[in-house]
Design a protein around this ligand. Structure first.
Ligand SMILES: Cc1cc2nc3c(=O)[nH]c(=O)nc-3n(C[C@H](O)[C@H](O)[C@H](O)COP(=O)(O)OP(=O)(O)OC[C@H]3O[C@@H](n4cnc5c(N)ncnc54)[C@H](O)[C@@H]3O)c2cc1C
Length: 405
């Protein structure tokens, strides 16, 4: 056996082996050829059918037809069992969807879809009865029903245990009163996965999830909220006034809603982290191109060492975040419940995405501040991820507490 240093190795071959090949495509070990094909097919769809509408959707929010179209292509149920109309894939398939959606150039669209595929429907799949799966999961996978998730309230966000929305048993029904805010898809949704308090004296055992149809009497879509970024998505303030639902609207176990929703948040955070890495990478790629084409003082700006080092810093951050997301996804796929690592991935990926977008604006100079270049939008859209699905501070707290502090 000869080592690369052995004189037996021919000099030309050795040179070929040792030359860095920066443009080589290496598939990460969690992905297979089948994943590559899925990635290509989602990427083509997003680029051809969604990206052309991104500018208009920024003004008007994206249109509902996206759901049935994606359902038709099988993209809304990538990892759900075939018996419910899903594709029967693994968790990495969802990761790929999250990574390809930024090709739409619309963070708001990516978020609206992710809320449906990776936030509201996973609890229906995991905790739902067979009837609930037939009534909600199957049409959601087809894109015929749009979902949303209601945790946050005007007086309680980070502290989920402080929510006030109450569900009270009344014979064969439950009566729900309360309000939810910042609800993505809240204006368009057909149903909501609603977190309520059913026993205020039972601590963490006093919460229950419900599946609530949004056309029931007493469900009020109070207001479309205006926001900094993610303009293509709709964000709603909702009210529930004496909303009556049948006993079988309880999702999962009565009294276990807090634990159910903490599980849901893990899936949501990891997918969010994957989206952040992909969004940052896309912004980086576009900016790299710009830095090669834009000239100042007789050379392309990318050849100034200061700018070159900015790219080196950005690339290193993106790659570190990507590895953290992939390794954590591997653990999740292999049956672990890696809450600490998910929190780290969510914290780090959302932070670096904002940092990268900010540096990309800087590299663009004045153009970076202009809407037509799209980088300021990435910064505005990405900024949400340090807040939504658990703030930086909450992620730090989860990580710190996991060490017994
Ligand atoms: C565009 C958008 C879309 C959203 N979509 C949804 C959705 O679809 N469904 C849904 O349910 N929610 C949604 N949210 C809500 C989001 O998850 C919450 O905004 C988030 O969890 C923070 O809650 P809060 O806004 O009430 O902030 P607060 O909890 O009031 O926090 C305010 C500040 O205090 C800090 N803080 C709070 N507690 C602590 C602590 N213990 N230690 C240190 N610092 C602390 C926070 O980190 C933050 O900086 C969305 C939010 C936005 C902006």
């Amino acid at each position: 056996m000869s080592s690369p240093a052995s004189p037996a190795v021919d000099a030309a071959a050795s040179e070929a082996v040792l030359k860095p090949d920066h443009s080589a495509h290496r598939r990460h070990f969690i992905f297979t050829e089948e994943h590559d094909r899925l990635r290509e097919s989602i990427g083509n769809f997003v680029t051809k059918e969604l990206a052309p509408h991104a500018e208009r959707w920024e003004e008007e929010t994206f249109e509902d037809w996206v759901f049935p179209r994606m359902g038709e292509l099988g993209f809304l149920g990538l990892s759900y069992p075939e018996e419910y109309g899903g594709q029967g894939g693994d968790y990495y398939a969802n990761l790929i969807l999250a990574e390809e959606m930024p090709k739409s150039n619309s963070g708001g669209l990516a978020m609206g879809i992710a809320v449906h595929t990776d936030m509201a429907t996973p609890p229906v799949h995991l905790f739902g009865t067979e009837k609930q799966k037939q009534d909600y999961l199957v049409p959601s996978i087809k894109g015929e029903k749009i979902s949303c998730l209601g945790i946050t309230e005007p007086d309680a966000g980070s502290d989920v245990s402080a929510i006030k929305t109450r569900a009270v048993r009344d014979g064969a029904e439950w009566v729900i009163n309360g309000s939810k805010t910042y609800i993505t898809n809240g204006l368009r949704a057909d149903y909501i996965v609603l977190v309520t308090k059913t026993d205020p004296d039972a601590g963490y055992d006093g919460f229950t999830l419900f599946l609530v149809d949004m056309d029931l009497p007493g469900v009020i879509r109070e207001k479309k909220l205006e926001k900094l970024g993610m303009h293509a998505s709709d964000t709603a303030l909702l009210a529930f006034q004496d909303v009556r639902v049948p006993a079988d609207a309880v999702l999962g176990e009565e009294g276990k809603g807090f634990y159910h929703i903490m599980w849901e948040l893990q899936v949501e955070r990891l997918i969010g982290a994957a989206g952040c890495v992909a969004g940052a990478q896309r912004c980086f790629d576009r900016t790299l191109q710009y830095a090669k084409e834009r000239h100042a003082f007789g050379r392309s700006i990318g050849h100034f060492q200061v700018i070159r080092h900015k790219f080196a810093e950005m690339a290193t951050k993106i790659e570190s975040a990507r590895q953290l997301v992939y390794t954590t996804a591997w653990r999740h796929q292999n049956g672990e419940y890696p809450v600490r690592e998910i929190s780290m991935a969510k914290l780090y990926a959302s932070r670096i995405a904002v940092e990268v977008a900010d540096d990309c604006i800087q590299v663009h100079g004045g153009a970076g501040y202009m809407r037509e270049y799209g980088v300021e939008r990435v910064w505005r859209d990405m900024r949400l991820n340090r807040i939504g699905a658990g703030t930086d501070e909450i992620m730090l707290d989860v990580i710190g507490r996991s060490y017994g502090l």
